[in-house]
Design a protein around this ligand. Structure first.
Ligand SMILES: [Zn+2]
Length: 300
């Protein structure tokens, strides 16, 4: 059983990387979830069984099979109704995941948004029901769905409000590969929305976008021509002659220090990257003329 559980854990963490969707085997995830469903049903763990049924629906949707996604969505809902935690308010975060699936299956943008907003309210208020300390990632994802809907309806002011909410959340979680790729996808959506609401993508976000694009994580995206073009365009727009080099360095410094903090916290054994970032921070302090700090980072 532990082997099955570990394969499920891998499935859930990998399946949210949208740019890797083509390379990910959703069929395999469905097989694993179906096995888990069998186990939970047999052992009368019906809440887990309902949750897994929801995940199977998610996987079918990722696989563009709306018919089966709908079937498992309805099935999961029917199972939830039999559970003691099901109330008329449906305020458990696991139920919010089902509402989110309903929203994604909906063709009408307005109705889909109603589902997403309902799920968002649950995630923001369900702490006493589920005892989780936060639902930040789920909230960020819903904000992206809502922003995307508004963007497609050309309501770009609302799209902007929601995507910025997601950016604020996602930039706090940039430690794992998945988190950084989520942040990149979020900034990429933000860049598209900015194109209509503002004259140009905020320069702070440009640095973040480029930083992620050039990092090890997003080399996976390098095959996308549109993104390569965007990178060239962004690099060009950050014309170093127009930006005083101290301001440029101060911004880069802020990101490098943030990155250093993350690596030291999450991957303290990664000496190679730690040395690299220390040198980078040293370079940037040199440009901002903080020579003492610069020397201290070089020494490290
Ligand atoms: Zn929860």
């Amino acid at each position: 059983m532990s082997q099955l559980i570990s394969s499920i854990t891998v499935s859930t963490s990998e399946r949210f990387v949208p740019f890797l969707a083509n390379e990910y085997d959703y069929d395999k995830a469905i097989v694993n979830y179906t096995k888990a469903y069998g186990y939970y049903s047999k052992s009368s763990q019906f809440q887990h069984a309902a949750k897994i049924t929801n995940f199977i629906g998610d996987m079918y949707l990722e696989n563009n099979d709306k018919e089966n996604a709908r079937f498992y969505c309805t099935k999961s809902h029917d199972m939830w109704k039999e559970l003691p935690i099901y109330t008329s308010e449906n305020s458990h975060c696991l139920f919010a995941n089902l509402i989110k699936l309903y929203g994604r299956l909906e063709d009408s943008k307005q109705i889909a948004r109603d589902y997403f907003l309902k799920a968002l309210r649950i995630y923001e208020n369900s702490f006493q029901m589920c005892n989780h300390t936060e639902h930040d990632q789920s909230i960020a994802q819903l904000c992206e769905y809502i922003a995307d809907g508004y963007h497609q309806e050309d309501d770009d002011n609302n799209a902007y409000q929601y995507i910025m909410k997601s950016v604020t959340i996602r930039r706090e979680y940039a430690s794992s590969t998945k988190d950084r790729s989520d942040l990149f996808n979020c900034l990429e959506m933000c860049r598209n929305i900015y194109a209509k609401t503002h004259n140009s993508f905020s320069s702070v976000l440009k640095y973040e976008w480029l930083d992620l694009f050039n990092s090890d994580v997003t080399r996976l995206f390098h095959h996308c021509k549109d993104l390569l073009d965007a990178r060239d365009e962004i690099q060009k727009s950050l014309d170093f002659h127009l930006i005083p080099k101290e301001i440029h360095a101060a911004k880069r410094l802020e990101h490098s220090l943030k990155r250093l903090k993350f690596i030291l916290k999450t991957d303290p054994e990664n000496d190679e990257e730690i040395i690299q970032v220390h040198c980078q921070v040293g370079d940037e302090y040199k440009i901002t003329q903080d020579y003492n700090w610069s020397i201290q980072h070089y020494k490290k």
